[in-house]
Design a protein around this ligand. Sequence first.
Ligand code: NBP
Length: 473
Amino acid sequence: MASELGLIGLAVMGQNLVLNLAGRGFRVAVYNRTLETGRRFLKERTPGLPIVLGQTLEDFVRLLAKPRTVLLMVKAGAAVDEMIARLTPLLSAGDLILDCGNSYFSDTERRAKELAARNLQFMGVGVSGGEEGALLGPSIMPGGPAEAYARVRRIFEAIAARTEDGPCVTLVGPRGAGHYVKMVHNGLEYGDMQLIAESYQILEQAGGLPAPALAQAFAEFNRGELASYLIEITARIFQECDPDTGKPMLEVILDRAGQKGTGRWTSENALELGEPTPTITAAVEARNLSAKKELRVQAEEVIKTSRLKSPWAIPPENLVPAVGDALFAARLALYAQGMALLQAASKEYGYDLRLPDLARIWKGGCIIRSALLDVIRAAFTEQPDLPNLLLHPNVVSALAQRYASWVSVCQTAIAFAIPCPALLSALAYFEGLRRGRLPANLIQAQRDLFGAHTFERVDREGVFHHSWDKKGN
Ligand code: NBP
């Protein structure tokens, strides 16, 4: 019997997605550029499941029921174009290709156009949740034509994660919308992870908490408003020991993190759209600074400053709950930035994104699943035109309650010389957003003085230039 769909790319994500599909009863044909990987996968992981391997791409295509549905799960970038180029001559009009990797959304827009010209349907599909999500139920963010989604909706709803609000999948928008939303999801993931890492550093270095106490603090956070996958795994990480040395795992892991692209893409696109996302950018830059390990070790030896006599801005015994409050407040500011970016992109690219739906499909299966998404969903359901999450009355009062802790934790971190770019950028975003007058008036004055760039006035319409005294007389 022909396979209902095919999947190309049997690395971590592809293998687990195929097992998820076949486990739900879908007959799947698979293909991988390196045949041996496909053979090993079939032998070791698929006995009893309705999975067949195409030894060549031609064989693979022959195994598929018509009209064909092909999922690509290959490395983002040139590999996707290469695969599409090899695949399209073998397909017929009306066949559907779904790129399920982390492609850049403008590549997806281009591919959608190119394939439409060849009468092939195309969707860019964000899949989140890593290896475990792919196997047990990811959060799926498809973008593309509604008629193409109608063909795969049953399959996606069967394999997606489920919450009490339904399967974690919906057609998020046209063309590159799925990959755009996945990109911002990953940017938020960067920001959230950095905020958590900074909280850990404050608790460990200012508070002196050893690994078991850190595990307890984060487990406690996870029982309240910070409940989320990332906080949950953080609590678990503190409990883990290295089998070789017996030391806590975190002690033996090198403090150098890379950035594969999606976080940086979010920042780059936000800069292009003029939408501030300082906390996402801070997270990307913190990873870049972490990568300069040798330089940091050298600088630690060279640059010495004296510690403040009384660095505590809060009673030390209140540090854990205060960090919890600060983390929650900063998380709100981070998500406010991400949702504002989605709103801006929705307008700019005509994606017609529905923010409450995005918060719903991120509630299960993906790395950023958290209780906070319910707050976000409720806010944008109640006020679809809310200009910024931080302006919703519930969020205003949540932040007012945590403001003192947030500021005190930031003050303490600064006094202990603990770098907290994400926590501080989130606070600066909050302070900047709620300030009716910023010092940009001085910037405009400087620009007008040195370059006659002109400025607007607060008391009259129009564009003005002032005859500045440039010599300082
Ligand atoms: P990788 O991103 O490491 O890609 C490896 C796969 O791409 C292998 O099947 C490889 O075939 C194939 N491939 C490459 Br590389 N170049 C190719 C080419 N020119 N033609 C055909 N196939 C080619 O795999 P992954 O980590 O499973 O991720 C797959 C996609 O899902 C990526 O876009 C990734 O960003 C995204 N994603 C990953 C995660 C995660 O947690 N890993 C989570 C969410 C999304 P080979 O065996 O012959 O080398």
